[in-house]
Ligand binder design. Structure first.
Ligand code: SAH
Ligand code: SF4
Ligand code: F3S
Length: 444
């Protein structure tokens, strides 16, 4: 970003983002909103006029990171009292003014649905703590998307909030009820991104596949229909989405995986547990068998799809038997990779006061589960060797002439390609699997 000298001196904004991709997207939109106020991004916290921490409340460790980071900001604030410190995101939503009480160096607290008012807050034209869920749509009040960084891949939030109320999860409280953005706004934002050189868009939502909205034809569109409309945009070569709920995998969305070439053969579909008893206690509203049959249908539509998932280990009441059921589900599916977490009791959630599983036992189960997932990850990577895949190049690699990009399956691929530029999408033959990446050669 460049500064327009006529708007006054450049002010510098440092943003730290915790948590999920939706926070990454929100941080970009906050940077754009502040950009309209003359702020440019800096990578150097010590150099900033404003520090904004965009926080995550999903597990206790994530939320506590905010307070350790604020503690580390104390000397900077003491040295420069005019430094503005803002807390955004899901901890801001959950704890509100309590954050300022605990850490008086914080000037502003803004929730995920109110950050379009950040400039007003900064000017003192809005309260210093804003965490309501306003009736207005923040997207209507944010500046048009600007190029803060030229990258061939971008996030686009299409759905926010969650009505599912899984017993362990804070998201319905921190992000509010499920809301889908209208089709025309999504298409417009996607067109803007493509016009700026974006070739890959990842559609985001806490329950992204639960998206629905009124289309140009006046009918209620489901998520599969939205993907088909996006696939018609010339120049948009790749479409991804995250995160999905198994109960919202509609027939048309599954079919789209077989029919829309731009839709990448990769699906993150969290299951959390393989035990019906635990799934019920979690309020996930499906059984292990229903999940497995869903996977069968998805693989029937797109046989080469790679599946990934999330698991919670040590949920209250989990027995050895339940844990064994989870391992069995993992064996049955064969995941490309997965995130797994030890259960963390969260304030205000239904499971919060349930008796906890012994910590040592939960840790041992987590290790066992991660060992299995790591074997599957290695096998999935190894299975790429010899295949010819598209790679969207992002930046130069470590070695001279080398470029690194993402394959259709989101693996990082290093390729000797001195002629290639970031944003090139080229066919690559995978020749080797390294611990966390692949190596490939440009295909003829
Ligand atoms: N909407 C997504 C999940 C978003 S949260 C879904 O329905 O799957 C991302 C992941 O964090 C979850 O999938 C879950 O595995 C994990 N998670 C959420 N709450 C947690 C808690 N209290 N303790 C441990 N892990 C948790
Ligand atoms: Fe949380 Fe469940 Fe909603 Fe996912 S579906 S965001 S885990 S409440
Ligand atoms: Fe965390 Fe909020 Fe995302 S709690 S995972 S930042 S929706």
């Amino acid at each position: 970003m460049t500064d327009d000298a006529s708007t006054g001196p450049v002010k510098k904004l440092f943003i730290k983002t915790y948590g999920c991709q939706m926070n990454v997207y929100d941080s970009q939109r906050m940077a754009e909103a502040m950009g309209a106020e003359g702020y440019v991004l800096t990578e150097d916290q010590a150099d900033a006029d404003m520090v904004l921490l965009n926080t995550c409340h999903i597990r206790e460790k994530a939320a506590e990171k905010l307070y350790s980071d604020l503690g580390r900001l104390k000397p900077l604030k003491a040295e420069r009292p005019d430094l503005t410190i803002g807390v955004a995101g899901c901890v801001a939503q959950a704890e509100g003014a309590e954050i300022i009480r605990r850490m008086p160096l914080v000037d502003l607290v803004v929730g995920p649905q109110t950050y379009h008012r950040l400039p007003q807050m900064l000017r003192g034209e809005a309260p210093a703590v804003l965490t309501e869920f306003p009736a207005e749509d923040k997207f209507d009040h944010l500046p048009e998307r600007r190029a803060t960084r030229r990258a061939p891949s971008a996030f686009l939030t299409v759905q926010e909030g969650c009505d599912k109320f899984c017993a362990f999860c804070v998201v319905p409280y921190t992000r509010g009820a499920e809301v889908s953005r209208p089709v025309d706004r999504i298409l417009r934002e996607a067109r803007d991104l493509v016009a700026r050189g974006v070739r890959e868009i990842t559609l985001l939502g806490q329950n992204v596949n639960g998206w629905h909205g009124a289309g140009a034809d006046g009918r209620d569109w489901g998520f599969g229909r939205l993907i088909r409309a996006l696939a018609e945009l010339p120049g948009l070569d790749r479409i991804r989405y995250t995160t999905s709920h198994p109960n919202d995998m509609a027939e048309d969305l599954i079919a789209a995986h077989g029919e829309v070439p731009q839709l990448m053969p990769y699906l993150h579909l969290p299951v959390q547990s393989g035990s019906d008893r635990i799934l019920k206690a979690m309020n996930r509203k499906h059984t292990a068998d229903q999940y497995l049959r869903l996977i069968d249908r998805i693989r029937a539509a797109r046989p080469d799809i790679m599946l990934t998932s999330d698991f919670i280990v040590g949920f209250p009441g989990e027995t050895d038997r339940d844990h064994a059921d989870t391992l069995a589900l993992i064996e049955a599916v064969g995941f490309g990779t997965a995130f797994s977490f030890r259960y963390s009791p969260r304030p205000g959630t239904p499971a919060h006061d349930r008796p906890e599983v012994d910590g040592t036992l939960a840790d041992a189960r987590l290790q066992e589960l991660q060992a299995l997932l790591s074997l599957q990850q290695k096998a999935a990577q190894q299975a790429m060797v010899g295949r010819r895949l598209g790679v969207l190049f992002e930046k130069p690699g470590r070695l001279p002439g080398q470029m690194v990009g993402k394959s259709d399956y989101l693996h990082s691929v290093f390729v000797d390609a001195p002629q290639a530029r970031p944003g090139d999408l080229l066919q690559v033959r995978i020749v080797e699997s390294a611990p966390n990446s692949l190596r490939g050669e440009l295909a003829a």
